[in-house]
Write a protein that binds this ligand. Structure first.
Ligand code: ADP
Ligand code: MG
Length: 380
């Protein structure tokens, strides 16, 4: 299709969002600033996105009738989480404009599919095998050595559905876990990395691409704790990570955003860990440190608008507020530095490890910002 065929979705149109979490909320807030209207679908009647949207359909994600209702009210449809039922997306694609399509969703829903696809594009991924019999769990020792990582192919997040196998003693348990999982599983070689990085790439309906600055991500208990931008890596490593990220976005013909999680290995190589076809927690820093946030960029991309500028305006550290941090953040709210930007997602219940919000700390250097965060003694 030539550029003339591209449909531009203009402000005042309605954007439908499948899923009512914080990512949808921040998409809605960014889009409402631009004059778009929003309708979301989520079972929680007080969902973070529902609070910010014009309208919410309260229903389960797999309810086809509700999905049809969403399609009927929307000029364009997007999703804010990956585990959308493929029956729902194929119905939506028939009755509505879903520029992201369902193919990328299917790829990123399944680690086997995701890793094989990346490998077929010559994108470096950790060596892996699909577990087909209990013998494969033994075989992995010869292939990868200890430790290795066993992961469910579907449904994992924040480290859920994965196990580190460190020695022969762990193997009987691993076999038990695999047998009880009732799901496809893979084994990956453990990659000794010096840093975890992520890049968010936007690609619009016209095929224009733009990357966001690379984030250096610190995880605690497999949950993102901080994103540090600029990442403390060399110019050469930066170039390599950007090049691989653009290759991923182009190869997959992404429309919208794709977040690419990577390892920087001890020998300075980049290995892609996983993909998310949506805004990503490690891109929240862009809300306060880039002219265009990842949320606005996502809207521009799926609506066929030109992509906005993404260069970094200031060093920044984004820190997640989990359930166990919220009361301390609120206690110390008047002590937050004037260059700190608090974002909360409107979730009623503060459950341990639930993502309740984040703070973007801006400053003149990463060291200075890091010091400010430490002095607050919230995340100790
Ligand atoms: P999730 O969907 O839970 O984010 P990931 O595959 O990203 O799953 O794994 C979570 C974290 O576990 C990663 O951010 C990384 O710290 C660690 N990890 C995962 N796979 C590997 C690997 N092959 N080698 C080393 N560390 C890994
Ligand atoms: Mg991950």
């Amino acid at each position: 299709k030539g550029e003339n065929a591209v449909k531009v979705i203009k402000p005042d149109s309605t954007i439908g969002i499948l899923g009512g979490g914080q990512l949808g909320r921040m998409i809605s807030i960014a889009g409402r600033n631009m004059g778009y209207r929003f309708i979301t679908l989520d079972p929680n009647p007080d969902s973070p996105c529902g609070q910010a949207a014009d309208q919410q359909i309260i229903s389960s994600y797999s309810d086809l009738k509700a999905a049809k209702e969403l399609a009927d009210s929307s000029d364009v449809i997007t999703y804010e989480f990956e585990n959308v039922d493929s029956n729902v997306t194929s119905l939506l694609e028939k009755t509505s404009f879903v520029p992201q399509g369902s193919e990328l969703l299917q790829i990123t829903q399944n680690r086997i599919h995701e890793k094989s696809t990346l490998h077929s594009y010559n994108v470096p991924v950790a060596p892996f095998l699909v577990i087909e019999s209990e013998n494969d769990i033994h075989k992995a020792v010869d292939c990868f050595g200890f430790p290795y990582i066993m992961k469910t192919a579907t449904g994992g997040y924040d480290g859920k559905g994965q196990w580190i196998i460190s020695s022969m003693d762990d193997i009987p348990n691993a076999i038990e876990t695999w047998k009880n999982a009732g799901k496809d599983m893979i084994i990956e070689k453990f990659i000794p990395f010096s840093k975890e990085l992520s890049v968010i790439v936007a690609r619009n309906l016209q095929g224009q691409t733009k990357t966001f600055p690379i984030a250096e991500n610190i995880h605690i208990n497999n949950i993102l704790h901080q994103s540090i931008v600029p990442a403390r890596i060399t110019a050469e490593q930066q170039e390599k990570a950007e090049k691989i990220s653009l290759k991923v976005a182009e190869s997959l013909q992404v429309i919208g955003l794709i977040a690419i999680e990577m390892f920087l290995t001890n020998d300075g190589e980049i290995i892609v860990n996983e993909l998310a076809p949506r805004p990503h927690n490690s891109g929240h820093y862009s809300m306060d440190a880039c002219i265009t946030s990842q949320f606005e960029q996502h809207i521009r991309a799926i609506c066929g608008l030109p992509l906005g500028e993404t260069s970094l305006l200031s060093p920044i550290i984004m820190v997640n507020i989990l359930g166990q941090h919220l009361s301390e953040v609120l206690n110390k709210i008047s002590r937050l530095p004037p260059t700190a930007k608090l974002h909360l997602y409107g979730k009623k219940e503060s459950v341990e490890n639930r993502k309740m919000g984040h703070i973007n700390f801006l400053g003149s250097t990463i060291e200075q910002v890091d010091q400010q965060i430490k002095e607050l003694q919230i995340w100790t």
